[in-house]
Design a protein around this ligand. Structure first.
Ligand SMILES: Cc1ncc(COP(=O)(O)O)c(C=O)c1O
Length: 405
C-alpha cells in the first residue's frame, strides 16, 4: 500500500480513535465540509452522501432556507428553557401538528427521547384513560426493532449487541415477530396500552412489512382500545416518497414519533404528535427537557415543516426512488441477493460469499460514495432527497463496480 504522508486523514482517524469511546465503528473518512448531497474530506476528496445522517439530512447538507433560518435565529435568541415561552414555539407546534393532522405536539431533542416520551404518554394514558391495572401496562413491540439506545429502549431490543450487559431491563414490553398480524393480535391483553412499531424497519435493513399489515395493526388497535405508536423517526418526513411511511397504506397512527430530519441536519429536534385525548394526559412537571423546543430548534424545524408542506421533497423521493429501484434491481444476481426500496430508501443484501456489507462500504468510499452497512451483509442507502438523477446513476454504477470486484 502506498502511504502518502501528506494526507491528513490517517492522523485524524488515529486521533479520533485515541480520544473517543469506541461505541461506533466509522468508515475511515474525515469530513470537513459539505453541500447538498456532497461531502469533502480533510484531504479535499469528495464523496456522494448516500446515508444522509440516517435520514437526518433529508434536505441535504446546509439547505439554504434552513441555514438562513438558523443564522437569523442565532442573531436573536437561542435558548429560554421551557420555563418561558418564546416566539418560535407556537408556530413550530402548530405547523407540525397540522402536517401530522394531530391536535398537539410535544418537542424533544433526540429520537430516543421521543420514543421514551411516547412510552410514558402511552402508559399514563393506559392508567388514566383506559383503566389498566396500576403498574401492569404493557406495550407490544416487534422483533428486529430499533428505537434508540436508552436503558428502557434497549430492554426490548432483539439485537444482543444493543442489549447484552445493560440490564436490569425495564419490564412491560412484549416482543412479537414483525409483519405477523396474528402474533401481534394474540399478544394484546387487557393491560396493553400501545403497539410501538417502525412502519419500515430501517436499522434492520429497510424491511417493509407485508401489504395489509399496517392497516391490520390499525384495525386491531382500534378494536382493542390500544394506541398505535408509529416510530417515523427514520422513515418519516419525506424519506419514503410520502410525508410518512404510514401514508403508503393510508394508515393514521394515534401517535407519530419524529426526529432526525426534523432538525434539518442542523440541530437535534424530535417530537411526539398526537391528539389531545392522548398527549393531554401529561401535566406540568411530569415530562420535559431543558433543550426540547428551544428557539433555534423551532426556527429551523418550522422551515423543515414548510419545505415538507410544499410536497416537493416527497415527490422527488417517490420519482427518484423509482430510478434507484430500477438501478438496484438490475444488480440482483450480479452481487446482490435482495433489494428493498421505498422512495429514496433502500436495503441491499450483498451475496455474503462475495464480501461483507462493511467491506462493500469501504470499497464504495474509495470510489467516492458513502453508505452504511447493517447486520452483516446488508447495506442501507438513504441519500439526501436533493440528490439528482445523474448522482443516483453514479451511486449505482459505483456499487456495480464494487460488486464486480
Ligand atoms: C426508527 C428509529 N427510532 C429511534 C431512533 C433513535 O434516534 P436517536 O439516535 O436520535 O436517539 C432511530 C435512530 O436511528 C431510529 O432509526
Amino acid at each position: 500500500m502506498i502511504v502518502d504522508d501528506k494526507l491528513r486523514t490517517p492522523g485524524a482517524v488515529r486521533d479520533a480513535e485515541r480520544w473517543t469511546a469506541h461505541n461506533y465503528h466509522p468508515l475511515p473518512v474525515v469530513i470537513s465540509s459539505a453541500e447538498g448531497a456532497w461531502l469533502t474530506d480533510v484531504d479535499g476528496k469528495r464523496y456522494l452522501d448516500c446515508l444522509a445522517g440516517y435520514s437526518a439530512l433529508n434536505f441535504g447538507h446546509r439547505h439554504p432556507q434552513l441555514i438562513a433560518a438558523a443564522h437569523a435565529q442565532l442573531d436573536r435568541l437561542t435558548l429560554t428553557s421551557r420555563a418561558f415561552i418564546h416566539d418560535q414555539f407556537a408556530d413550530f407546534c402548530r405547523e407540525l401538528a397540522e402536517l401530522c393532522g394531530k391536535d398537539l405536539v410535544l418537542p424533544m431533542n433526540t429520537g430516543a427521547e421521543a420514543v421514551e416520551t411516547g412510552i410514558k404518554v402511552a402508559r399514563k394514558w393506559g392508567y388514566q384513560v383506559k383503566g389498566v391495572t396500576p403498574g401492569q401496562a404493557n406495550i407490544v413491540v416487534a422483533e428486529g426493532n430499533f428505537h434508540g439506545r436508552t436503558t428502557t429502549i434497549v430492554s426490548f431490543s432483539t439485537d444482543e449487541d444493543a442489549r447484552a450487559n445493560f440490564g436490569p431491563y425495564t419490564p412491560g414490553f412484549t416482543v412479537v415477530p414483525y409483519g405477523d398480524l396474528d402474533a401481534l393480535t394474540a399478544a394484546i391483553d387487557e393491560n396493553t396500552v400501545a403497539v410501538l412499531l417502525e412502519p419500515i424497519q430501517g436499522e434492520q435493513g429497510v424491511v417493509v412489512p407485508p401489504e395489509g399489515y399496517l392497516p391490520g395493526v390499525r384495525r386491531v388497535c382500534t378494536e382493542r382500545d390500544v394506541l398505535f405508536i408509529a416510530d417515523e423517526i427514520q422513515s418519516g418526513l419525506g424519506r419514503t416518497g410520502r410525508t410518512f411511511a404510514c401514508d403508503h397504506e393510508d394508515v393514521v397512527p394515534d401517535m407519530y414519533l419524529l426526529g432526525k430530519a426534523l432538525g434539518g441536519g442542523i440541530v437535534p429536534v424530535s417530537a411526539v404528535a398526537a391528539n389531545a385525548d392522548v398527549l393531554g394526559v401529561l401535566k406540568p412537571g411530569q415530562h420535559g427537557s431543558t433543550f426540547g423546543g428551544n428557539p433555534l430548534a423551532c426556527a429551523v424545524a418550522i422551515e423543515v415543516v414548510r419545505l415538507l408542506a410544499t410536497g416537493e421533497f416527497q415527490r422527488r423521493s417517490a420519482e427518484l426512488g423509482e430510478r434507484l429501484r430500477a438501478g438496484l434491481e438490475g444488480l440482483v444476481g450480479k452481487g446482490l441477493v435482495g433489494v428493498r426500496v421505498r422512495g429514496l430508501w433502500a436495503g441491499l443484501d450483498i451475496d455474503p460469499a462475495l464480501m461483507s456489507g462493511r467491506e462493500a462500504c469501504e470499497r464504495l468510499a474509495e470510489r467516492g460514495v458513502l453508505a452504511k452497512d447493517t447486520h452483516g451483509s446488508t447495506i442501507r442507502l438513504a441519500p439526501p432527497l436533493v440528490i439528482t438523477e445523474e448522482e443516483i446513476d453514479l451511486a449505482v454504477a459505483q456499487l456495480a463496480a464494487v460488486l464486480a470486484g
